[in-house]
Design a protein around this ligand. Structure first.
Ligand SMILES: NC(=O)c1ccc[n+]([C@@H]2O[C@H](COP(=O)([O-])OP(=O)(O)OC[C@H]3O[C@@H](n4cnc5c(N)ncnc54)[C@H](OP(=O)(O)O)[C@@H]3O)[C@@H](O)[C@H]2O)c1
Length: 329
């Protein structure tokens, strides 16, 4: 009889508590080119609850059931044909586990193409490893797709968010000066701890003045989580030849054209799932190097047992500050 494992599953899209359950399913076996990871921590991102809710797909799920969650960390315990057996017993962080696939990271094991299970540097905890995938790869692409940053200035909108957190740390590592916007002192403390040089409350009346005081020539990159809400602010503070990298959708973007055109500003839209392969590989390598160097840190964790997978999804849906992690038994 096949071995089984504990996993969170859902058979239809809908609210977390209505559709998610934890059960025994068959343990997967690695195919050619795959590794199998014994997961210890699974992380929840906004994409995980959005997919589960059905707001992104509609209709029925593409498999009889789905295991949620893209990101996680654990140890490789088996490899398929063509994979170095030396990887067995090593720690790994996984990315895109559930993307176009049946089995995500909210389970005891997952099988993935070996490049999607990246060696976890000794300096990095399993919690950090599980937190990297979607947020750090997104942050990397937003920051570096349009060139290096050394000596430049970066504005990270929402510096206490998961993407914002790694954007601050990766920008600092690249030698940039970092300004982060937040909406509270608590979030300001998080952004400062990540390394932001200047914290600005974006709800304050003088947000643009405060940013311009810190960057009189303007900011070279904006890593933007709220493009519609911040369009006027971004247009005020972006430097000539600057890039606004937009990674979240908050409605219709209406922006003043002339000030952006005069400054030769570029708007770059980023969806992490559709990053070109060469850039994704670069992001994976550089995020790993940053973790190995100790340049990336954990956000405050909100922990849930696998049995409370619904609570974990609800926490992210409710805007938890920090990182929602699921402990895998
Ligand atoms: N395109 C992609 O590939 C991609 C990848 C990852 C994430 N995302 C999306 O990006 C969003 C953030 O993801 P996350 O994991 O970083 O979520 P998160 O940890 O919840 O962070 C979201 C942050 O955005 C901040 N924020 C909201 N409105 C803001 C505004 N007007 N100005 C500045 N900051 C603002 C929030 O702070 P306040 O509450 O203080 O406003 C919060 O800190 C989600 O919608 C997610 O789906 C997209």
């Amino acid at each position: 009889m096949a071995e089984t494992m504990r996993a969170a599953v859902y058979e239809r899209y809908g609210p977390a508590r209505d559709v998610l359950r934890v059960t025994e399913i068959e343990r997967p076996e690695p195919g050619p080119g795959d590794v199998r990871v014994r997961l210890r921590v699974s992380a929840v991102n906004p994409t995980d609850w959005r997919v589960r809710s059905g707001s992104q797909a509609g209709g029925d799920p593409p498999f009889p059931y789905l295991v949620p969650n893209q990101d996680g960390a654990g140890e490789i315990d088996a490899v398929g044909d063509g994979v170095d057996p030396g990887r067995v017993g090593t720690r790994a962080w996984v990315w895109f586990a559930a993307h176009g696939r049946q089995h995500g990271s909210a389970a005891q094991w997952v099988c993935l193409p070996e490049r999607q299970a990246v060696p976890l540097p000794e300096a990095a905890s399993l919690d950090l490893g599980a937190s990297l995938g979607i947020p750090a790869l997104t942050a990397h692409h937003c920051l570096f797709r349009d060139g290096g940053l050394d000596g430049g200035t970066v504005l990270v909108a929402g510096g206490a968010g998961a993407v914002g957190h790694f954007a601050i740390e990766l920008a600092r590592r690249a030698g940039a000066r970092v300004i982060a916007t937040v909406s509270s002192d608590e979030k300001g403390d998080l952004a400062r701890a990540a390394g932001a040089h200047t914290i600005v409350n974006y709800r304050g009346e003088d947000a643009a003045d405060a940013i311009r005081a810190a960057a009189p020539e303007g900011v070279d990159r904006i890593v933007e989580v709220a493009p519609a809400a911040n369009a006027a602010l971004d247009a005020e503070v972006i430097a000539p030849n600057g890039v606004v990298a937009i990674y979240a959708a908050d409605g219709e973007l209406t922006t003043p054209v002339r000030p952006l055109m005069v400054r030769n500003v570029a708007l770059r839209f980023v969806l992490v799932y559709n990053i070109a392969a060469e850039w994704l590989a670069r992001a994976v390598d550089e995020v790993s190097a940053a973790a190995a160097a100790g340049d990336l840190s954990e956000l405050p964790a909100h922990r849930f047992p696998l049995d409370d997978i619904a609570g974990a999804h609800e926490a992210v849906e409710g805007g938890a500050v920090g990182k929602v992690l699921v402990d895998i038994p």
